[in-house]
Design a protein around this ligand. Structure first.
Ligand SMILES: [Zn+2]
Length: 81
C-alpha cells in the first residue's frame, strides 16, 4: 500500500497522500531527538505529514531511554526574531 485515500485535514485536497521517508524532530523532557528514515504519509498539496499510530508509538518508546544505537550530533537552537 502506497497511498492513503482520505483527504488532508489541513488543505482538504483530494490528492492522495504519498508514502515517504522523512526526518522527524521530537522533544521529550528538554532533550531533542532526531529520527531519520521515518515512514510518513505526506500531503502532495500542503506537505503536511501524517504518521501511523505505531510509528508515533515507536518514536515515543525510543525516547524513553538513551538510545545505544544513536549517534550524537551538534545542533544550533535559536528563537525568532
Ligand atoms: Zn494538505
Amino acid at each position: 500500500m502506497s497511498e492513503r485515500s482520505y483527504p488532508c485535514e489541513f488543505c482538504d485536497t483530494d490528492q492522495p497522500q504519498e508514502q515517504k521517508l522523512v526526518t522527524v524532530t521530537r522533544q521529550r523532557q528538554g532533550q531533542w531527538f532526531i529520527f531519520e528514515n521515518v515512514l510518513a504519509w505526506v500531503c502532495p498539496n500542503c506537505g503536511h505529514r501524517y504518521f501511523d499510530a505505531e510509528t508515533l508509538e515507536a518514536m515515543e518508546e525510543r525516547m524513553k531511554a538513551r538510545p545505544e544505537d544513536a549517534r550524537q550530533v551538534e545542533a544550533w537552537a535559536m528563537s525568532l526574531p
